[in-house]
Design a protein around this ligand. Sequence first.
Ligand SMILES: *[C@@H]1O[C@H](CO)[C@@H](O)[C@H](O)[C@H]1NC(C)=O
Length: 313
Amino acid sequence: MSRDYRNSTSQQGFYILAFSRIAEVQIILFILVLLMYLLSMVGNLVLSGLVCISPQLHTPMYFLLCNLSFQDIIYVSAILPKLLAITITGDTWISFSGCITQMFMFVFCLDTEFFMLTTMAYDRYVAICIPLRYTLVMNKKVCCLMASSCWVVGGLNAMMHSILMSNLSFCDSQEINHFFCEIKTMLNLSSSDTSKIILLIFIEGVFIGCFPFVLIMTSYIFIISTILKIRTSSRRQKTFSSCSSHLTIVMLLYGTSLGFYMKSDSENSQEQDKVLSLLYIAVVPMLNPLVYSLRNKVVLRAMRKVFKHADYQ
Ligand SMILES: *[C@@H]1O[C@H](CO)[C@@H](O)[C@H](O)[C@H]1NC(C)=O
């Protein structure tokens, strides 16, 4: 019997294998993922709330950071609750449209994160290398424009992915050997020609991975050469600390995602693949607010002020 896959889309779906089916592992995994999910939600919500209520954090850098937190919340919420549900109920089924939605959110957030980090690097470049023109260059309008273009470009690219992906045909009820609808894993399951998407992934690698990376590195070359020219070591330290949190996050994100895409596609690498993905889906969004709050004196001071204020009431 020949099946028209496109027509049966409403009932079509996949089984997400997630991690090992051993009961003990499931429980540990559930607790771990739940903790990471809660920590990233709480951390990012607290950080965004803090930026909103603290006047001393009303600067472009912290508004962009707020955007990053917001994006992290969407990111983890698109993937981790489903993983938690799969782990606890054992029901691994996901509908085709659910899968495409998950993929859309994943690409959207990842793209936005890369663009946002690039924008933040530019912000640091202006603040450190041409400080006298900072308020002029990074004015409200420019800042909003930059932030919204990150979201819009990320959204358009994610939409392109979803459209191409939903036009592929899949046999019904296949197993996805991953913990979410990951693109590469899905492509291997499709019976249609995937060359267009593979080309798109390559182009994205250049425009969303390499190009922002080069821009970020260029900013940091200027930033570091400016910092080295500062005479007094206390001022040098102070200047560096204003960009060290950002630099840490850039290294975290690029380290994990480059590691993921560079490593060879060997047979038994699928398990490694999943662990690495979990690293940048669950761990990086969890660390972002931590890095920014623990290593950043301005945020710490704002936090202390808020808590002190709460004490008085
Ligand atoms: C994102 O950044 C823009 C520009 O600084 C700011 O106006 C906006 O409030 C931010 N949005 C969120 C959700 O953080």
